[in-house]
Design a protein around this ligand. Structure first.
Ligand SMILES: Nc1nc2c(c(=O)[nH]1)N[C@H]1C(S)=C(S)[C@@H](COP(=O)(O)O)O[C@H]1N2
Ligand SMILES: [Mo]
Length: 231
């Protein structure tokens, strides 16, 4: 058994290596939103066009999903990390809460053309989960699974951005069930369908595998600033 100190050191080390890979890839594939790597919300929106192309701002928060809205209490909620990683594991709610918790304000861009600004999220960084799992060096893709059997895939480099969270609070309150409570992923620099509500599993992959909407013609990259809606 490893001590908590070993585990901590392993996470720090893995984070550093992931960070180096991330920065090398960012430099190789510059994009408009890369100028706001710490979130697309108010403090970071300077110099960006007000809205990504083809979007309009809403002040309500529409609900979009497959219609099932599973009931998942914190007691039964589990998050499995598996696939191309050295330390596959299952986290329960207290294990998630024991990880570093961050706050970030970011924008939410839905491919159906609405954008909601300045959402105040609280959660755990995807990059900390990736480091905890010890993602293999040849993993390049992520497939997220949810309690309603929704899936969505995204490049690992996108998932490693600092504003990608497994979020459990929004605007100072627990994440409502219809928006994916108790915990969902958010991907502020990609269209919102890349963020699985009621997230249940994170699968690290060497090869890419399309998720629910990606199999139905939606973009693998889903980049709002490039209006990357469909493949
Ligand atoms: N589990 C799950 N996550 C999901 C979906 C879904 O159907 N199931 N829909 C996606 C889509 S298409 C969008 S636009 C956003 C919407 O999030 P919201 O309902 O909180 O606005 O969630 C994404 N995450
Ligand atoms: Mo969507």
């Amino acid at each position: 058994m490893s001590t908590p100190e070993d585990k901590e050191a392993r996470i720090v080390d893995a984070r550093m290596r992931l960070r180096q890979r991330f920065e090398a890839r960012q430099a190789a594939t510059p994009a408009l939103s890369d100028t706001a790597p710490m979130g697309t919300g108010q403090p970071n929106r300077h110099g960006m066009p007000r809205l990504p192309p083809g979007q309009h701002e809403v002040t309500n928060w529409p609900v979009l999903d497959l219609g099932q809205k599973p009931v998942v209490s914190k007691d039964v909620w589990r998050l499995e990390l598996f696939g191309a990683c050295a330390h596959p594991q299952v986290l329960d709610w207290s294990a998630l809460m024991a990880l570093p918790i961050v706050e970030d304000t970011s924008d939410f861009h839905c491919v159906t053309t609405w954008s909601r600004y300045d959402m105040r999220w609280r959660g755990v960084r995807f990059s900390d989960l990736a480091a905890l799992a010890g993602v293999h060096d040849d993993a390049e893709h992520v497939l997220c699974h949810a309690y309603d059997h929704y899936t969505t895939n995204l490049p690992l480099v996108e998932a490693l951005k600092d504003d990608v969270l497994i979020a459990f609070e929004v605007d100072g309150a627990p994440l409502p069930r219809e928006h994916g409570g108790p915990a969902r992923m958010i991907t502020p620099q990609l269209y919102a369908w890349k963020g699985a509500k009621w997230i249940s599993k994170i699968e690290f992959r060497v090869d890419d595998r399309p998720g629910f909407w990606e199999e139905r013609g939606y973009s693998n990259r889903a980049h709002p600033w490039r209006e990357d809606r469909y493949s």
